[in-house]
Design a protein around this ligand. Structure first.
Ligand SMILES: [Zn+2]
Length: 51
């Protein structure tokens, strides 16, 4: 692997690993991104609200 490895981390909601995306590329948001998708983010927020 000569190319720069893309960062990946598990989604805080569904647990599936996801990779850095264009949306977050070049930004410093990657550290703040916890969910693989908007859906997971929304679902997690919903659960958190309920709890
Ligand atoms: Zn997810």
């Amino acid at each position: 692997m000569a190319a720069t490895p893309r960062q990946t981390k598990p989604c805080a909601h569904c647990g599936r690993p996801f990779a850095d995306r264009k949306r977050w590329a070049g930004r410093e948001q990657w550290d703040e991104v916890k969910y693989c998708s908007r859906g997971c983010r929304a679902a997690a927020a919903r659960e958190r609200r309920r709890a």
